[in-house]
Design a protein around this ligand. Structure first.
Ligand SMILES: *[C@@H]1O[C@H](CO)[C@@H](O)[C@H](O)[C@H]1NC(C)=O
Ligand SMILES: *[C@@H]1O[C@H](CO)[C@@H](O)[C@H](O)[C@H]1NC(C)=O
Ligand SMILES: *[C@@H]1O[C@H](CO)[C@@H](O)[C@H](O)[C@H]1NC(C)=O
Ligand SMILES: *[C@@H]1O[C@H](CO)[C@@H](O)[C@H](O)[C@H]1NC(C)=O
Length: 564
């Protein structure tokens, strides 16, 4: 039941890296659908607070939503406002799509910076309109009936903005709906494959391009899920939080990811191998852009076996703001932003320098990645939680992990060092006196990806404060360069308990020589590295261990060419 993702591998016959008419047409349909929705979306932007597509999404205040919500609750009886309430709810879905559209454009690395700026500006103009004192007073904050004259004036201004939006979309359409661009993406992936074969040395950074250029299938899936929600809003109302979410007697998992198919594989593999699946609770946290898609997926395809899934967005955790979280504060300094995001379009050039490339990959600093340092605050009622990366597959019942005595330590993890490799010296700058004083360069590193955290011990040890202390010191990036492992190694230096290696076998995303015995015996296998199982460049011998948990019966998975 091998799942072959669309792309160059295995497509030698066509001479175009397996590019097929079928995928081209489904792409076209998908793009046109996106544009029709985009138009409605620009209009609906009006009803939400500043849905900026900037990189600072996670720090935007959400108080505006609360305000609108309150207003509508207070004025339920006015039919005009009830209608506004409905539009407002729909608008939220549509804005998701706008953000999706912008991100999709970024991922394709089109010449889009000017257009993206325009869209941001337009969104800003729309929301400025909303907070204009005259409108605010008589339309949004008024206790009495809506003033029709003001409403008409308001409508006119909206229409003007919509006209601009139409022009912009017409212009954008020309750029995006373009076969050449699709070919360019395919060529990139093809080139990566070639490089991998030809030059092992270049492989590491070449595959980073592929890791960054998320395949069309993943975008297609997210879009389909969002469209599904827009067409059937009544089916996808938010449920009340379940009591299970906070029940400390159950087995809780934290999965932080923006990849719907990957998360579904993790959840399915846990549930299928659990002896008592109804006792397992998954806490999925994603970004705002993928929230709707993730929710719709788990509504359409529940985890099964009575397991529970909670889906939230990073933005739902309002305590994670820049006055509390150093990494967000640091991101706000213009210098760092420039460092990471400038010249994204010149990624090809950047491949000349592997480190530089890795540096600029936004994956390395997204808040979603740093959420792992806030588990006790995110789940205040829980005592233990299992942290899983989205590129793992679970092959056994995992409840034994909750029973392991951690000796008062915070983090249960497998060690990864051998010989002189994967020791602290490799991750931290031991030329720096602060590092040299505190840590042993020969200390063995451990792995993220499957960690059992004792949240009570974490609270007692104040590990989050530790993390904050060091992250603050690293503002100039002299202690370590990037990622969450170095600060993790620092934070849990004295509070990590080593687990038996069979709990977590790593390297399926880069190391072709792992023994099959070791893999078959593992409770969790981890595709860390760049050759992810959902990419063309995945290693064939390991791919099936992942694809066998892909939900091939799901209609959108079929439509989006996941399984062929
Ligand atoms: C936004 O408003 C400003 C000031 O009114 C205007 O100059 C600008 O062209 C508008 N931008 C868009 C995209 O509508
Ligand atoms: C930021 O989060 C802290 C708690 O972590 C909270 O006390 C504070 O009010 C928040 N600030 C803003 C501006 O939301
Ligand atoms: C790549 O770098 C070279 C030299 O630094 C420059 O001339 C060229 O324009 C760059 N190419 C792109 C696509 O940025
Ligand atoms: C390591 O720390 C030293 C001392 O602060 C500093 O001079 C050096 O630039 C750092 N190295 C890196 C690669 O940041």
């Amino acid at each position: 039941m091998a799942v072959a993702f669309r792309g160059s591998r295995g497509g030698g016959g066509s001479g175009l890296g397996g590019f097929s008419l079928r995928s081209f047409f489904s792409y076209r349909i998908f793009v046109s659908a996106m544009f029709s929705l985009l138009f409605i979306a620009t209009l609906s932007v009006l009803f939400t607070t500043n849905p900026s597509t900037s990189r600072h999404d996670s720090t935007l205040p959400t108080t505006g939503n609360a305000y609108v919500h309150r207003t509508f609750l207070a004025l339920k009886s006015d039919p005009l406002k009830t209608r506004l309430d409905l539009i407002y709810k729909q608008a939220n879905d549509h804005v998701t799509l706008v953000n999706a559209y912008a991100t999709y454009a970024r991922k394709l690395k089109l010449e889009i910076s000017r257009q993206l700026r325009m869209f941001d500006e337009l969104a800003q103009n729309f929301s400025d309109l909303q907070i204009k004192p005259t409108y605010r007073e008589s339309l949004f904050e008024s206790e009495g009936p809506v003033d029709e004259d003001v409403l008409r004036q308001f409508e006119k201004e909206v229409k003007d903005k919509v006209k601009i939006a139409r022009l912009m979309i017409a212009e954008a359409k020309e750029n995006y709906d373009n076969q050449l661009k699709i070919q360019k993406l395919k060529d990139t992936i093809f080139a990566v494959n070639e490089l991998l074969v030809k030059a092992k040395k270049n492989g590491a950074f070449a595959s980073l391009i592929a890791a960054k250029s998320i395949p069309k299938s993943l975008h297609c899936l997210a879009m389909r899920l969002v469209e599904e929600r827009i067409s059937h809003p009544e089916k996808y109302r938010d449920d009340e939080p379940k009591l299970e979410f906070e029940d400390p007697t159950l087995y809780h998992y934290a999965i932080f990811s923006d990849n719907v198919i990957a998360v579904s594989v993790v959840v399915t593999s846990v549930v299928k191998n659990a002896q008592e699946p109804w006792k397992h609770v998954f806490h999925v946290v994603t970004d705002r852009m993928n929230l709707a898609a993730m929710k719709v997926w788990f509504k359409m395809r529940p985890a099964g076996g009575g397991a529970n899934v909670e889906v939230k967005a990073v933005e739902d955790y309002t305590f994670l703001n820049s006055s509390y979280v150093p990494i967000l504060r640091q991101l706000e300094t213009a210098k760092l932003q420039k460092f990471y995001f400038e010249n994204q379009n010149q990624a090809e050039n950047a491949t000349k320098d592997a480190n530089n490339m890795k540096f600029r990959n936004p994956k390395y600093l997204s808040m979603l990645n740093h959420l792992r340092f806030y588990l006790p605050e995110m789940y205040p009622t829980l005592h233990k939680i299992l942290f899983l990366d989205d590129d793992v597959v679970v092959q056994k019942d995992l409840t034994g992990l909750w029973k392991i005595d951690l000796d008062g330590k915070v983090n249960g993890a497998v060690e990864t060092c051998f010989g002189s490799f994967h020791r602290y010296a490799q991750y931290l700058n031991f030329s720096h006196p602060l590092i040299r004083e505190r840590f042993n360069p020969k200390a063995c590193a451990w792995a993220y990806g499957m960690n059992i955290f004792d949240l009570d011990a974490w609270r007692r040890e104040k590990s989050t404060d530790q993390y904050h202390y060091w992250q603050d010191l690293n503002e100039d990036r002299t202690l370590w360069k990037l990622g969450t492992l170095p600060p993790g190694l620092i934070t849990f230096y004295t509070t990590t308990k080593t687990l038996d290696k069979s709990w977590h076998v790593l390297g399926l995303g880069y190391n072709p020589s792992i023994s099959m015995d070791e893999i078959n015996n593992a409770a969790v296998i981890h595709y860390n590295g760049n050759m992810k199982p959902w990419l063309d460049i995945a290693m064939n011998q390991f791919k099936n261990l992942w694809t066998k948990y892909v939900d091939n019966d799901m209609e959108f998975v079929q439509v989006c060419n996941f399984g062929l």
